[in-house]
Design a protein around this ligand. Structure first.
Ligand code: XMP
Length: 326
């Protein structure tokens, strides 16, 4: 029988058996999946787990603080924070192709992990067990969409499945690989994680890097972070967090359009709002959200975010559109 208690008990037993006395590390992305995977493994092996939070500079506003404070408070997990934003920006310089961006981000992510692993092993001293395992919050839909589950075509190389480099040194622990998102949330709640973490909207591993259509630069990231924060704030204020599965906010960095702002002509970038309703992200419909909320978001973004003079709404279902633009 499928109950969250059974899932937790089974996974805890399986993880203990798989890991033995070795150590594991887990990357926290700030998202629900990695948080629940980490909490599950923490329950199974306690201090044998160290979580690593790679700040790749592609996070949304406030996300780093949420991981550093809320998650640690809820689980008591050991956390190492690595600020790698410079490195990611350098690796992404000049790259506009979506698949290439995903591969670069996935590759750098693992490299930073290997470095963190070496440091954790060194810190755990001569008596420490080696770090042999990497925990990943891969869900069932991730596997299916990467062509690993049911033989469907490879749509995008999700960085926690298809984008792993060949020289991976870890064995994977993927305790959520049979679950859908709503089940993951139920497991998270069962594990005592707070609502702010468990009810969070999905956010892709490659972060804002795949929500900038065009090259990723520091300036563009800062701009998108502001626009995204405004949209999230207004959606939450309007009580739409549960109705909307997620709302990617996308910067069309290579597009400019003419506008009029203040006394003069502007020539700025469009921001796309992509609110979708979905059960599991495999299919989705665009959310018919209230016009007054859209109006508030549009007014605030064009007023408060410099270099943005237009806000547009994506009214495409999945299929044919994917949820993310890249
Ligand atoms: P798409 O764009 O394929 O997205 O319709 C489906 C769901 O997956 C999320 N997504 C990702 N999640 N790593 C992740 O962990 C990724 O590389 C990635 N790409 C897309 C997306 O936000 C949506 O919820």
């Amino acid at each position: 029988v499928w109950t969250t208690t059974n899932v937790v008990d089974e996974q805890v037993a399986a993880i203990r058996e798989q890991v033995g006395s070795a150590r594991a590390i887990c990357g926290l992305s700030g998202g629900v999946d990695s948080a629940v995977a980490a909490a599950l493994v923490q329950k199974a092996i306690g201090d044998q787990l160290t979580c690593v939070y790679v700040d790749h500079g592609l996070m949304r506003k406030g996300e780093t603080e949420q991981v550093e404070k809320d998650f640690v408070a809820a689980t008591g997990v050991q956390l190492k924070v690595v600020d790698a934003s410079e490195r990611f920006l350098k690796a992404l310089a000049g790259v506009s192709d979506p698949e290439q961006k995903r591969k670069i981000i996935g590759r750098e992510f693992i490299r930073v992990f290997e470095q963190a692993q070496a440091e954790i092993v060194a810190e755990s001293g001569a008596a420490g067990e080696p770090v042999k395992f990497l925990v990943q919050g891969t869900l069932y839909p991730d596997i299916v969409e990467s062509g690993g589950g049911t033989g469907t075509a490879n749509i995008k190389s999700h960085h926690n499945v298809g984008g792993l480099p060949e020289d991976l040194e870890f064995e994977l622990i993927e305790p959520l690989r049979q679950l859908f998102k709503d089940e993951v949330r139920a497991v998270g709640a069962e594990l005592g994680l707070p609502d702010e973490i468990v009810q969070r909207q999905p956010f892709p591993g490659p972060g804002l890097g795949i929500r900038i259509v065009g090259e990723v630069t520091k300036e563009r990231l800062d701009l998108l972070r502001e626009a995204d924060a405004i949209a999230r704030e207004e959606l939450t204020a309007a009580g739409l967090d549960r109705e909307i599965w997620q709302c990617p906010v996308v910067l069309l960095a290579d597009v400019r359009s003419v506008g009029v702002q203040g006394d003069g002509r502007s020539y700025g970038h469009p921001i796309v709002l992509r609110p979708v309703s979905s059960e599991d992200a495999m299919t989705a419909d665009w959310t018919r959200m209230p016009y007054d909320v859209l109006a508030r978001i549009s007014t605030r973004i064009t007023n408060e975010v410099s270099d943005v003079n237009r806000v547009v709404l994506d009214v495409t279902s999945k299929p044919p559109g994917t949820i993310e633009w890249e």
